[in-house]
Every structure is written in C-alpha cells, then in structure tokens.
Design a protein around this ligand. Sequence first.
Ligand SMILES: [Zn+2]
Length: 294
Amino acid sequence: MDFTNQISPEIVPFLNVFIFVIGACVGSFFNVCIWRIPRDESIVSPPSHCPKCGHVIPWHENIPLVSWLALMAKCSKCRISISPRYFLVELLTGCIFLLIWMKVLAVGQPIAFVFPYFFLAALVILTAFIDAEHSIIPNEITYAGMVAGLCFSVIWPEIWVQHRNWIMPERLISLMLSSGSLIVSVLFMSSIAIGGRYMFKKDALGWGDVKYVGAVAALIGIPACFFSLLFASLTGSIYGISLIILGKGKLKSAFPLGPFLAAGTIIWVFFGEIIYESWFHLSELIALKFSGGV
Ligand SMILES: [Zn+2]
C-alpha cells in the first residue's frame, strides 16, 4: 500500500488541510474520552452535554475549534465556562496528525506508517491528559494500543519488514516482531516496577506505565520504548527535584509519569531516526577511541 509516489504535488496542500481537519475532529472525540474514561462512563452514550445544566450539545455547537471560539468558551444555556483543554486537545491533535502525515511524506516512509503513528498520537494525548489529572493510565487505552499494534503488523507488514528477503511470510515475521517487542518491553518494565518496589518500598513505576510502554512497543518497536523511558526518567527527575527546591514536594512524593513518557514518545515519532543514527555514530566513535583507532 505504498502510494507515496502516486500522490500528485498539486493535491498535497488540500490533503494537508483535510488531515488537519480529521485530526481536529478526532481530537474532539479525545475530549470525550479524557472526560469519560476515568469516570467509567460510556464514550458513546449519552450524547455530549453540559456537565452543569445537562444541555445536550447540538452539532453546530460541537464543531471542533470553531464552536469553542464562537461560544466564547461558555455553555450556550447556563454560561458556565468550558475548559480551554477542549480547544487545546483539538488543536494539538490536528497539528500532530498533520505533522505525522507531512513527516511520512517527507522521509518517504511507506504510507502505512501513518496508522501506527496516528494511534500512537491517540495513546500519547489521552495518556498525557488523563494521567496528569487523575494519575491513572486506563487499560482501555493501553490494551487498545497493544491490539492495534498487533493488527497493524498483520495488515501492513511493511511497517516492520522493509527488506523482502525473508524465508517466512512477511506478515508472520511482522506479527512476531510486534508481539516480541510487546513481550520484551513489558517484561523489562515489569522487572523495573517490581525491583523498584522492592528497593525503594514504593511504586517507582505504575502498572499503567508498564502497559503504556508495551503498547508503544507493539505499535512501533522497542527503541521508541527505551527512548520514552529514558526521556521520562530524566525530565521526571528534573521535575521532581524542581518541586522539592520550590518547596512543593518531598523526596517521597509521587507524581504521574505518563505525561513525561508521552512527551518522550512524540519526540521519538518525529526525531527517532536522527536520535537513532546519532546514538550509533557516537557509540562507533567511542568504540574507535577505546580500540585506539582515533
Ligand atoms: Zn450548561
């Protein structure tokens, strides 16, 4: 399904607008998920309504980005404020979807890559907002990410298998790589979670974080997981130390790691290849230095 070369340059600007609009609409759905999933409410019914007066929101008050601005961030009936989060999530999702699409076209990746990347965007946005507010990463999100990753590996093996010299069928190899990444990352993260609990007598890593990393692995592989974990450990530590210095936290205070993991994942989506190549280049230089080559 690689039709990158078949997209005529004239229609690219229209496709860009289309992808942004789709992203903003998906973001509108994410807003429903961010509010309802942690409250154990259904994401399909009842229809969107004002949490204060119960006013059912008609379609023309539910247009992504536009309605929030037109209503001046207030319910049309009771005038209660609507959180800027609604606008922010729609804008963020639209921008991330557009940037993913542009990146896949720019680097000439198989077009199928947009699907795991879009799903990853969903995982990242939902995790960041829900974990920041409720300190949980719901199973609905992480399990959906794992299942999607395994399904995508069967539907579009080119996500995992770029060279066609395999003896086994591509789809089988691809499924093995996706499920293998999932298992290895979950085992690795579980050992850190259990080891951390044993050593520090508190949860260093939540099970939601473990499952989140498993979902990232099933969607795009282990390097993305390790980078997300490394990035979250570094930035999370800086955040924790800053809280202690500012007198807003203690050494034993816990804070959600999800937003930091999510930030690491999205950085990997856009700059993964550069980080990967730089890492190998640096490792090579160090190896050469120690072997007396430089
Ligand atoms: Zn209202």
